[in-house]
Design a protein around this ligand. Structure first.
Ligand code: MRU
Length: 369
């Protein structure tokens, strides 16, 4: 995607091929900058501290992290230690496990001297594949927006509600939930996006709004609790969100608060779609609520908030009373029965084992072995 006329991905290898550059998402929306990952420690910290975030980008960073580790030490023991550290950096997005396994498979059986090169190559392929997957998700999702536009008599913009950031910042490029919106916008279908602010880290207010602003897509940032009211008043045509892990049965784990939006959508007959690349499917899980590990992050993200002050500085202030305990569950699970459809790179399907295995017989079969 373009920032001030220059095309960016969220992650790319440096020119000498020894380090990796990423956009620093902790500084957005007020500052745009990049960070260099020079080794395993930097990659682990970038994932853990959410310099990079979003399931597909976490997977790509994990892959590059393993490549950086192998460049430093290509022995089996070092590979396994690096794999373990990266795997533990964030627990919910299954793309991290997927990216690490892809690189481990790519270097398996190779002489030590060839491992780093093979790992960097596979990491770069993962990034290229992610771009193509998200482009395909965009094409399939755009059809749903075009249908909603036709249902509305083509008389007004299609109102789409989204939660968190599942845009190009969360992937390598394009995004998942936002890719259909960008494509609809580019195709001349009028869209307007309701952007949930997404407390506590405000990925909606700071990242999704920033992306949409840069691409000229009409949008409005709303506090997290507004969506239900808008749906009751016919002001949302459809919801599209992303996911960090989707079970083989179509249960969807996404940023905390997604479940409440799905409940409100169900109660008001608003279609609720989830956009996902196939590496986000966990074919080994069938009950999202019981099985998906839910990350709990530090309380500081709840008790404090960061923003720009009137004099242009950046400040962090406390919003809770001193001494009040806080809880920070980062994700929740939306049961498949509340999901209208899953938008994947191979098309849109029902959120069910049948729906997913019809589109991905290879994935379902691999798991059954
Ligand atoms: O905690 P984050 O910001 O990594 O959470 C991201 C999300 O919940 C996204 O919606 C999800 O990863 C889908 S990204 C295409």
């Amino acid at each position: 995607m373009r920032i001030d006329g220059r095309h960016y991905r969220t992650i790319w290898p440096s020119e000498d091929g020894r380090t990796v550059e990423v956009i620093d998402q902790t500084k957005l929306p007020h500052d745009f900058g990049t960070v260099t990952l020079r080794g395993l420690d930097d990659a682990v910290a970038a994932i853990r501290d959410m310099v990079v975030r979003g399931a597909p980008l976490i997977g790509a960073t994990g892959a590059y992290g393993l490549a950086l580790a192998l460049a430093d030490d290509p022995r089996d023991a070092a590979l396994e230690a690096a794999h373990a550290r990266l795997f533990e950096a964030r627990p919910t997005a299954v793309n991290l496990r997927w990216g690490l396994e892809e690189v481990r498979r790519a270097v398996a059986g190779l002489p030590e001297a060839e491992r780093a090169t093979a790992a960097f190559r596979r990491a770069a392929e993962i990034c290229d594949e992610d771009v193509e997957i998200c482009r395909a998700i965009g094409r399939h999702g755009m059809e749903l927006i075009a249908e909603a536009h036709a249902r509305a008599g083509r008389s007004r913009p299609v109102n789409i509600l989204t939660h968190c950031n599942a845009g190009w910042l969360a992937t390598v490029d394009w995004g998942t939930a936002l890719a259909p919106i960008y494509m609809a916008h580019e195709a001349g279908i009028p869209v307007h996006v309701w952007v949930d602010e997404t407390r506590p880290r405000n990925q909606g207010a700071s990242l999704t709004a920033w992306e949409l602003n840069h691409h000229g897509v009409p949008h409005t940032v709303i506090p997290d609790n507004v969506g239900g009211h808008l749906m009751q008043h016919g002001m949302v045509d459809l919801c599209i969100v992303g996911t960090d892990r989707t079970t083989a049965t179509g249960d969807v784990c996404n940023k905390i608060g997604t479940y409440l939006k799905a409940l409100a959508a169900h109660d008001n007959g608003v279609p609720f779609y989830v956009a996902l690349p196939s590496p986000t499917i966990d074919w080994g899980m069938s009950n999202g609520i019981r099985e998906i590990p839910i990350e709990q992050r530090g309380g500081h993200e709840v008790s404090h908030i960061t923003g720009r002050t009137a004099d242009g500085g950046i400040a962090t202030v406390m919003v809770t009373p001193e001494g009040s305990p806080v809880a920070n569950y980062a994700f929740d699970v939306t049961p498949a029965r509340l999901v209208t459809g899953l938008i994947t790179e191979r098309g849109t399907c029902p959120a069910s084992r049948e729906g997913l295995s019809r589109l991905f017989p290879d994935g379902a079969a691999a798991r059954a072995i």
